[in-house]
Design a protein around this ligand. Structure first.
Ligand code: GLN
Length: 543
């Protein structure tokens, strides 16, 4: 195995975009002809982010094989097209629970179990596991250098670097050069301190990636190189950009990919073909039109909680050569009568995934408004469930229709499934079971009905999409659903679980139990998002 490991750490402040940096580097290395893999090491204590509030930690990204992971894995997939796996995201919580399980099992044969070597060995095992013929494995370390909880991770990557040697390991440190107005200068001191911090745990960064809001003067570059003990051409300016898809182009212009390959003494193409990124950026900067989509959700205070959705909608726009203007609306506002008029001028309404009863009546009102006014409607996961409840209540003759997620109900048209099929295996869920990791997770097959709208959109009879939910549409209400005009155009292969619902009496009304946004990529916009935006364009011509 000659996989080379690139470690990306962050310093000075958080939110500098380490995930994007890793993803964009991955894409550049691919364009240079190499095979890449990306993974994330998260120092927090949760076993996975599945139980964290999206308004605190952002979206939970789900992989095909059913892992609930950090949203940076979404960036990795969108930039490189490589599907991530269970083995691509680890947390301190997972590491400790593995080590403690081994200790209870007696695997350490009487040894005193310690952070070094037991925790660090477990981290190292994760870094090196499940690698096949990749040329590069890029490992992003969450958090900021100097955090107490990242120490075991830094120690582990230091050891891996030492064991593999310089030929097979590279340390990249992402920092910030703040511009101080009164001095009229970009300041290098925080970067120097951050590198010192890294040095104190035995890591000398090889390449410094410096976030700047203006070009980096040569003098400052030399200064950083001198104080941080690296070559000046390995101090790379990471300039702010107007769209994230311009990042790979910018990095290449600054010589980032070339420096990484030179470091490893690998062949370099000085003029790689970046046209795929250039085309996307050009469409984003100068689209031919614009549509407005209202996203009616509960976590609108932190846009990272709908990260993939945001991206998938913009991919739908790129595919149709339009800008997608998003109106993020807190669903609770629609619980007062006249607020619904705020949806008058939008070209499409999307109700995304969510949990819990708060704000659901507002989402139901939004679904009703879209249905009655013929406005394109896209319900995702919770959004689909609520559209079903809306139809059952107002057209299906079940005014009390509800979901068992909101407490016991006489008519739970959305209910808890305790058993379902994954391939040939039965998955079982207990009503009083743990909340963490117990949802229907990951990719499941779905059969699509011929002649339906989604059949036309997907152009195939069988799809596989990623799920993350606990409740399901209760198909025993089939008669009432039919009366309400709902058509189940996508079903699980065993015919028990409705996966897609649509309406024949509406120009574009689709609800899906899965999360299509997770699989949309800028080069391969998801067909549902492409079609939804197309329907919104048609709608905009009507008003
Ligand atoms: N709360 C719903 C469920 O658990 C929907 C989840 C979601 O939208 N991801 O089934």
């Amino acid at each position: 195995m000659t996989t080379r490991f690139i470690f990306v750490t962050g310093g000075v402040v958080s939110s500098l975009g380490k995930g994007l940096a890793a993803a964009a580097l991955g894409s550049l290395l691919q364009i240079q002809g190499y095979k890449v893999r990306l993974r994330k090491l998260d120092p927090y204590l949760n076993v996975d982010p599945g139980t964290m509030s999206p308004t605190q930690h952002g979206e939970v990204y789900v992989t095909d094989d059913g892992a609930e992971t950090d949203l940076d894995l979404g960036h990795y997939e969108r930039f490189t097209g490589v599907s991530t796996r269970q083995t691509d995201n680890i947390t301190t919580g997972r590491i400790y629970s593995n080590v403690i399980a081994k200790e209870r099992h007696g695997d350490y044969l009487g040894a005193t179990v310690q952070v070094i070597p037991h925790i660090t060995d477990e981290i190292k095992e994760f870094i090196l596991a499940d690698i096949t013929d990749e040329d590069f494995c890029i490992c992003e370390i969450g958090g900021t250098v100097g955090d107490i909880e990242s120490l075991p991770f830094l120690e582990a990557i230091r050891q891996v670097g030492n064991e593999l040697g310089k030929e097979r390991s590279l340390f990249i440190h992402l920092t910030l050069l703040p511009y101080i107005k009164t001095a009229g200068e970009l300041k290098t001191k925080p970067t120097q301190h951050s590198v010192k911090e890294l040095l104190s745990v035995g890591i000398q960064p090889d390449i410094l990636l410096c976030r700047v809001d203006r070009p980096l003067p040569e003098g400052e570059r030399q200064k950083i190189a001198l104080f941080c003990n690296t070559k000046h051409e390995r101090v790379i300016a990471a300039l702010d950009v107007d769209t994230i898809y311009a990042v790979p182009i910018n990095y290449h212009d600054q010589g980032f990919d070339v420096q990484v390959l030179k470091y490893f003494n690998l062949p370099v193409n000085k003029q790689p073909d970046l046209s795929r990124w250039r085309n996307i950026v050009a469409t984003q900067r100068e689209p031919e039109g614009e549509v407005t989509i209202a996203v009616v959700g509960k976590y609108t205070s932190l846009l990272d909680s709908y990260k993939s959705l945001n991206e998938a909608l913009s991919h739908g726009g790129i595919a149709n050569n339009v800008r997608v203007r998003l109106k993020w609306m807190d669903s609770e506002i629609f619980e007062s009568e006249d607020a619904i008029n705020q949806l008058e001028d939008v070209n499409g309404i999307l109700v995304p995934g969510g949990f819990g009863e708060r704000g659901t009546e507002g989402k139901i009102c939004a679904a009703k408004f879209a249905r009655e006014r013929g406005i394109p409607f896209f319900g995702i996961c919770f959004g689909m469930q609520l559209a079903v409840i809306e139809a059952a209540r107002h057209l299906g003759g079940i005014p009390e229709a509800s979901s068992s997620e909101f407490g016991p109900s006489k008519h739970a048209v959305i209910g808890l499934m305790t058993e379902w099929m994954k391939g040939n295996q039965v998955e079982v869920r207990r009503k009083d079971g743990d909340l963490g990791g117990t949802m229907r997770l990951g990719a499941y097959a779905c059969d699509i009905a011929k002649g339906s709208l989604v059949h036309k959109i997907y152009g195939t009879d069988k799809i596989k999409e990623r799920h993350r939910h606990r409740y399901e549409v209760n198909i025993t209400y089939r008669k009432q659903f039919e009366k309400a005009g709902l058509v189940f155009s996508g079903m699980s292969p065993d015919g028990n679980l409705p996966e897609i619902v649509e309406r024949k009496d509406h120009p574009w009304f689709v609800g899906v139990q899965f999360h299509p946004e997770l699989k949309s990529r800028p080069f391969e916009p998801h067909p549902l998002f492409k079609s939804f935006i197309e329907a919104a364009i048609k709608q905009s011509r009507l008003v």
